[in-house]
Design a binder for this molecule. Structure first.
Ligand code: 8YV
Length: 312
């Protein structure tokens, strides 16, 4: 039996991509000389697309593939995939939940501590020989602060658990209060930001959370406030965030995600009160291998006619 043709829209963890390419006839769209031509050539029989969280798959692209039955996403966030179109057309979508939760939560804390204690700034201070001329100065502390988590899903909960170990109080914002936690629920994000010293975005991207961390929320966080984002660039008003960070109306930010990645605005890069990271929260060897394995497991289930392992 011939191996199924698979369109691979963007990169995934290389050792797992190697396994994927050994098991199926894969076609790499992101390195193709003529991506549109490649898609058109495979359109008559292609049932499976593998993509990643950033690349996603638009409705127009699904329309070009009349036989499409499965979109397997290397990543938990499916905001770049047109889920409504997929659902309406009987196209299944899978993602990679759970396996990345702990590493992503670790990154939120790394960015939080790095921002509050100015660790990258200290690294630059030593490397540039400035220590020889005097000490770096005193920073804020995370101890006994109030942390507001935006989105108390799997990742938000893992972040809250870690923050509690730093003797912080936890509040959260989301569509509904959770009955199984004793953190304080805020149904208004501005009220959460007013209460909090630190705001951490951990919600999914997409239309429901577009710019949920608004200018008003960032203003409410205030001149000593810290904003951390490991969610999606779309969840924060990036223009307002940069303006408020530049004017001192917002204290500092630790950011793993941005609008229009990998392009980070020069105004943000110029600021010294931010810690910037290139969307790496899940990018550890074990987590990326587990994410890749879930893609493979979902494909194997689909090809064998079994239930998908992690359908969206
Ligand atoms: C990845 C992510 O960066 O899982 C997600 O939603 O944002 C990340 O784990 C991405 O999907 C891999 O390209």
């Amino acid at each position: 039996m011939s191996k199924p043709n698979i369109l691979v829209m963007g990169p995934m963890y290389q050792p797992k991509l190697d396994e994927l390419e050994a098991a199926y006839t894969c076609h790499r769209v992101w390195t193709a000389d003529d991506p549109a031509g490649l898609i058109a050539r495979l359109a008559p029989d292609c049932e499976i697309v593998v993509t990643n969280g950033g690349r996603g798959l638009k409705a127009d692209e699904m329309k070009q593939l009349p036989k499409l039955k499965l979109v397997a996403c290397f990543g938990v966030g499916v905001d770049a995939i047109d889920l409504a179109h997929a659902k309406a057309n009987g196209i299944a979508v899978t993602n990679t939940p759970d396996v990345l939760t702990e590493d992503v939560a670790d990154m939120a804390l790394a960015l939080l501590l790095g921002t509050v204690r100015r660790i990258p700034q200290g690294d630059r201070f030593v490397r540039e020989g400035r220590w020889l001329k005097g000490g770096m100065g005193i920073t804020m502390s995370l101890q006994r602060k109030r942390v507001g988590v935006v989105g108390l899903g799997r990742i938000g909960r893992a972040i809250a658990k870690r923050c509690a170990a730093f003797n912080t109080d936890i509040g959260y914002f989301g569509p509904n209060p959770k009955s199984d936690v004793d953190y304080t629920y805020f149904k208004d994000i501005v009220a959460l930001a007013q209460w909090a010293d630190v705001l951490i975005a951990a919600c999914p991207g997409g239309p429901a959370t577009y710019r949920v961390v608004s200018r008003a929320a960032l203003q409410a966080l205030g001149p000593d406030g810290v904003f951390v984002n490991i969610a999606r660039g779309s969840v924060v008003d990036q223009t307002a965030m940069i303006e408020l960070l530049a004017s001192g109306a917002l204290g500092s930010a630790g950011l793993d995600v941005f609008d229009d990645e990998p392009r980070v605005p020069a105004e943000l890069i110029a600021l010294q009160n931010v810690v910037l990271h290139p969307h790496q929260a899940s990018a550890t060897h074990p987590t990326r291998a587990a994410m890749g394995q879930l893609v493979l497991d979902n494909l194997a289930a689909f090809v064998a006619g079994r239930a998908l392992v992690t359908p969206v």
